[in-house]
Structures are given as C-alpha cells and as structure tokens.
Design a protein around this ligand. Structure first.
Ligand SMILES: CC(C)(COP(=O)(O)OP(=O)(O)OC[C@H]1O[C@@H](n2cnc3c(N)ncnc32)[C@H](O)[C@@H]1OP(=O)(O)O)[C@@H](O)C(=O)NCCC(=O)NCCS
Length: 173
C-alpha cells in the first residue's frame, strides 16, 4: 500500500464528504478532538473559507487525507491557520498529506492569501517552506516550543503582520 512516489489527486470538500472527514481525523489522532474541531470550524462563518478544506483521494475516489485552512488574525490582519492535517493510518507516509497541503497552499496563493501559520511537527512542515513564526515576529497565544509554531509567506514580496495570533474561537485558545 505504501508508495511514496504515488501521484495523489486532491479536491476541495463538498457536503457529501463531512462524514469521511470526521473518520479521517478521528483515525489519525488519539481522540476525536480534532474531528470535532473541524465540525466547529465549519459552523463558524468567520473562520471557514470555502474551498480551503482539501481532500486527498485514491484513484477510486476514496477520501484518505485532509488538510484544513481557516481564517485567523495577526495584529488584526487576516492570516490562515493550517490544521488539522490528517491521513488515514493505512495511507500515512505515502504523500497523501503533502498532496493536500500543497494543493491548499496553491489555492490560498491564488485567492490572494499570504501569511499561513501552522503549529505542528517541526520536521514535517519545513518541506513546504514553513520556518519558525518567531522569524516573522509572530507568536502563539500560548506557550509553545519556538520550532513548533511555524509560518510561511505565500508571496514573500508582500509585508506580513507581526504580533500574537488570534485563532477562531473553535480552537479554544
Ligand atoms: C502528519 C500527517 C498529516 C502527514 O501526512 P502523510 O501523508 O503521512 O505524510 P507524507 O507522506 O506527506 O510525508 C511523509 C513524511 O511525513 C513525516 N511525518 C509523517 N508523520 C509524522 C509525524 N507524526 N511526525 C513527524 N513527521 C511525520 C515523515 O517525515 C515522513 O517522511 P519519511 O517518509 O521520510 O519518513 C499524517 O502522518 C497524519 O495524519 N499523522 C497523524 C496526525 C497528525 O499528527 N497530524 C499533524 C498534526 S501537526
């Protein structure tokens, strides 16, 4: 099943995918907290951005991976929060997560977004261009190891806001 050279197809979620997305997040994480977080974010019109909940699917149309980008703010300026990212355990390390993240970043760039923030594995997200958010003058609103809070400017020629991240309420931080 594991084939890191596999070419995955990706697409935005539709209403028909909500159950599958719950299943993926519940399976990828230890608890259902992330799966429930996705529902809460989808219900928050301030946070949800149509077209930036990205799925990875097999050739047969089975949805196996998910990457979510929602609206957050830094110093009152809009930015994107990436996460949760989740892949069904049987399909992890086959590029399914990377495919969804790459697609989401490209879509966001085309939508005119710039600053993207992610809290996660410091050995995973740098491959997409993320670097420590501290280098952007951006801080998490809670204590976190410097290398785990990361940021990416989709258009490095544009200025990015500095300050503390304000996450959507659903994150509970
Ligand atoms: C993290 C996750 C979304 C990555 O998706 P993926 O499709 O498995 O990963 P990709 O195939 O795109 O990339 C593979 C690389 O991811 C990295 N990776 C995967 N899971 C990782 C983890 N838990 N910690 C650190 N690195 C991880 C590895 O470096 C791997 O590289 P390798 O093949 O050289 O070992 C997926 O593994 C997952 O759902 N994990 C459980 C939930 C989770 O931790 N989500 C992220 C929260 S920040």
């Amino acid at each position: 099943m594991s084939d890191p050279t596999r070419i995955w197809s990706t697409r935005p979620e539709t209403g028909a995918d909500i159950g599958a997305i719950h299943t993926i997040n519940a399976a990828a994480f230890d608890t259902e907290a992330e799966a429930d977080l996705v529902h809460a974010l989808r219900a928050d019109a301030q946070a949800w951005i149509e077209g930036l909940s990205i799925l990875t699917q097999t050739d047969h149309g089975r949805v196996v991976g998910h990457a979510l980008f929602t609206r957050c703010h830094v110093d009152g300026a809009p930015a994107l929060a990436l996460g949760p990212c989740a892949v069904l355990p049987a399909f992890q390390r086959t590029g399914a997560g990377a495919a969804a993240i790459h697609t989401g970043l490209e879509k966001a760039r085309h939508m005119g977004e710039n600053l993207v923030l992610v809290l996660g594995h410091a050995d995973y997200y740098p491959r997409f261009g993320f670097t420590p958010a501290s280098g952007f003058g951006v801080r998490a609103p809670f204590e976190v190891p410097d290398e785990a809070m990361m940021a990416l400017a989709l258009d490095p020629s544009r200025p990015t806001p500095r300050g503390t991240i304000r996450y959507p309420d659903a994150f509970g931080v």
